[in-house]
Design a protein around this ligand. Structure first.
Ligand code: NAD
Length: 352
């Protein structure tokens, strides 16, 4: 069995679904079900005995310890986090609590459990920490992409809390010998993405006839990776990564935010045309986010060279699949766009 934290969120749910599509090894999915956790993402597994869901907080070391002792996982894959940069600006405390204290508590429980293991169970154990490229800060237009040796320079409360968690994970390897692995990935997109993030927000707002908010001039550059490619990278690192190492994961696919919005509008114009005009007519530039990093880019040569991983999707194929998925899943969108969620989105993207 593997123990997954945050498996009801966007990437975690895609990971659990792809894991069980490719393997019979059971998953214990431990998730607090914050606003971002959604068991509807895992609806297809509701009668699957290989998926065991436990609602809980990663800050709860005692519960984690008893679950480890009871289920004896061979690996922990740690997705659970507060993950949204804008929320971290409005309310950083939850980010420190979950991302820093929660990762610490999970590491403590994992270390105590690992110390009870013997022989192959001990040497084969893995703790994989899923992190972000945002820990490296921002790049100028001509700078080389982030590599695994780029110094950390986080600029938002979110990235600072993830950086702190990365350092704790590293320290548990160097101090206690815990067999850890860390992945630092660029921006993901794909099915089950909560529509507070750029790509699903633009798709769902466009369809609802609402404004398409673009921060500032829209020239911020991000590397984009289709979520199942990220999941495949995590599987590969879990299987063959060298413990104590970090692996950068990215799609070699830099796009400005505005070009992403244009590409979505063009796909919607093709797949779900409006009665008149283009979805591009709904684009509105809004005040930029404070401390907005200008450019992220990932050098993924280490994972490609050492582990033979490569993304299967291009941005064009991945974005088409994503738009098609949202067009085919109105019920999922309707369910997440309720109550507190809408209040938050109105606050975050208030237009000028
Ligand atoms: P998400 O916000 O969609 O999901 C997070 C999940 O964690 C939710 O299911 C939530 O209920 C759960 N959770 C939150 N706090 C918890 C707690 N205290 N205890 C237990 N569960 C808790 O996030 P995501 O986009 O799927 O990201 C998953 C991980 O990948 C995060 O660690 C994030 O930093 C990292 N990451 C994300 C991206 C991206 O583009 N989304 C890119 C690189 C890395």
């Amino acid at each position: 069995m593997i123990f997954v934290t945050g498996g009801a969120g966007f990437i975690g749910a895609n990971f659990v679904l792809s894991w069980l599509a490719q393997s019979d090894e059971a998953v214990l999915n431990y998730d607090k079900l914050t606003y971002a956790g959604n068991l509807n993402n895992l609806h297809s597994l509701r009668d699957d005995p290989r998926h065991l869901f436990v609602q809980g907080d990663i800050c709860d070391t005692a519960t984690l310890q008893s679950l480890f002792a009871q289920h004896r996982p061979r690996a922990i894959v740690h997705f659970a986090a507060e993950s949204h940069v804008d929320r971290s600006i409005h309310g950083p405390a939850a980010f420190v609590t979950t991302n820093v204290n929660g990762t610490f508590s999970l590491l403590e429980a994992a270390r105590a459990y690992w110390n009870t293991l013997e022989g192959e169970a001990r040497t084969g154990f893995r703790f994989l920490h899923v992190s972000t490229d945002e820990v490296y800060g921002t790049l100028g237009p001509d700078d080389a992409p982030f590599s695994e040796t780029t110094p950390y320079a986080p600029n938002s409360p979110y990235s600072a809390s993830k950086a702190a968690s990365d350092h704790l994970v590293r320290a548990y390897h160097h101090t206690y010998g815990l067999p850890v692995l860390t992945t630092n990935c660029s921006n993901n997109y794909g099915p089950y993405h909560f529509p507070e993030k750029l790509i699903p927000l633009i798709i769902t707002n466009a369809r609802a006839g609402k404004d398409l908010p673009v921060y500032g001039d829209g020239q911020q550059v991000r590397d984009w990776l289709f979520v199942t490619d990220h999941c495949a990278a995590i599987r590969r690192v879990l299987e063959a990564g060298r413990t104590g190492e970090t692996y950068n994961v990215g799609g070699w696919n830099e796009q400005t935010n505005l070009s992403v919005v244009h590409a979505i509008c063009d796909l919607l114009d093709e797949l779900a045309p409006k009665a008149s005009g283009s979805y591009r007519d709904q684009i509105r530039h809004i005040t930029d986010r404070p401390g907005h990093d200008r450019r992220y880019a990932i050098d993924a040569r280490k994972i490609e060279r050492e582990l033979g991983w490569k993304p299967a999707e291009t941005f064009a194929t991945g974005l088409r699949q994503t738009v098609q998925w949202y067009l085919a899943n109105d019920a999922w969108v309707g369910q997440v766009q309720s109550g507190d969620y809408m209040k938050w989105v109105d606050l975050q993207y208030r237009t000028k």
